[in-house]
Write a protein that binds this ligand. Structure first.
Ligand code: FAD
Length: 299
């Protein structure tokens, strides 16, 4: 199918783009990499009257080291983040997980901001940003504000962005000392959306006990799902194999309520959550303890 007719506008500055967004209101859609928006338009699931193309806004693209960690512009291509040395140094969880997003062709075009704003519950980046305690910088014509990643996702394909707001960038804090991380997912074929995925971090205190952790899952709810009961159970504990198994069990049975669909039953998704959380936490703990950890299977 072809998309319904629309007007195409290509502003040269963020201010101009925000003026257009205010002028056209809910009739308008921002176009980033087009890897999600254009297919939904072709299927006529989305029929914006106006497309505001962000691809000329060089000021929105790029990765910079900031005092807290990293500032990643919304129009940064996913492939650029995947290949960035700064991302590898300061947010290695992100580096590890990027190759799981579809295929290089999609990542060459798809943007960090487009994926975060699209809020697909099966997407990797929203869950990663929640696991990394990232903050989103958003703006309308008159105001700028920051939103914690955990507060940004409000439901199925829904975010805290107002219709006249644009995502400008995301700030990812530097990974703290004595912190390990790992990302795991299962999909039917490499590059497909995940049946279940999990992003984990764990920080150990000087005695080797858990001083903080994140377990955030994708494809098990309306958006990224933080396994808060499992994380509470780990607090102050030595992350032994038993403690990890217990955390994975709580994740699978109490923290998530996964959907069933044509790809997987709810029971199968729970089992995947159990297995993947065990694997991810085990690798994260080994990294926090300073051990060498083998790579995941992503390409
Ligand atoms: P677009 O498609 O241009 O926009 C998506 C939405 O975000 C639109 O509503 C748009 O208006 C809005 N938007 C864009 N930028 C902004 C902004 N700065 N501020 C506010 N709103 C904005 N993704 C995964 O995570 N995992 C996968 O496994 C995966 N597999 C894929 C497989 C295929 C074959 C394809 C085509 C895509 C796949 N994707 C996957 C989606 C891909 O990652 C997209 O790039 C991403 O979801 C959207 O980014 P985009 O830059 O293309 O945004």
């Amino acid at each position: 199918m072809k998309p319904a007719p629309f007007r195409y506008l290509r502003p040269g500055t963020v201010d101009d783009a925000l003026d257009l967004l205010t002028e056209h209101g809910p009739q308008a859609k921002l176009l980033a990499g087009g890897q999600s928006l254009i297919p939904t338009m072709n299927f006529r699931l989305s029929q914006p009257a106006v497309l505001i193309d962000l691809n000329r806004l060089g000021e929105l693209a790029g990765i910079e080291e900031s005092r807290r960690g990293l500032m990643i512009g919304a129009m940064t291509r996913q492939r650029a983040a995947e290949r960035s040395g700064a991302v590898r140094d300061r947010a290695p969880l992100l580096s590890e997980a990027m190759p799981f997003i579809s295929h290089p062709q999609v990542r060459n075009r798809g943007t960090i901001g487009g994926s975060l704003a699209h809020a697909d519950p099966a997407a990797e980046l929203p869950a990663l940003m929640v696991a990394l305690d990232a903050e989103f910088l958003v703006r309308d014509r008159d105001h700028q504000r920051r939103i914690a990643a955990a507060d940004f996702y409000t439901g199925l394909f829904a975010t805290a962005l107002a219709p006249d707001e644009m995502l400008l960038s995301v700030e990812v804090p530097k990974t703290p000392k004595r912190t390990g991380w790992a990302f795991e997912e299962i999909s039917r074929r490499h590059g497909d959306y995940a049946l279940v995925g999990v992003a984990t971090t764990i920080t150990l205190d000087r005695k080797g006990r858990c001083d903080g952790a994140h377990i955030v899952l994708l494809s098990v709810g309306d958006g990224p799902v933080a396994a808060s009961q499992a994380v509470a159970g780990l607090a102050g504990e030595e992350p032994t194999a038993d403690a990890i198994r217990q955390a994975a069990e709580v994740t699978a049975t109490r923290d998530i309520d996964p959907p069933a669909d044509i790809h997987a039953s709810a029971a199968y998704r729970r089992q995947l959550a159990r297995v993947l959380t065990t694997r991810a936490l085990t690798r994260a703990v080994a990294r926090a303890q300073g051990a060498e950890v083998s790579e995941t299977g992503a390409r």
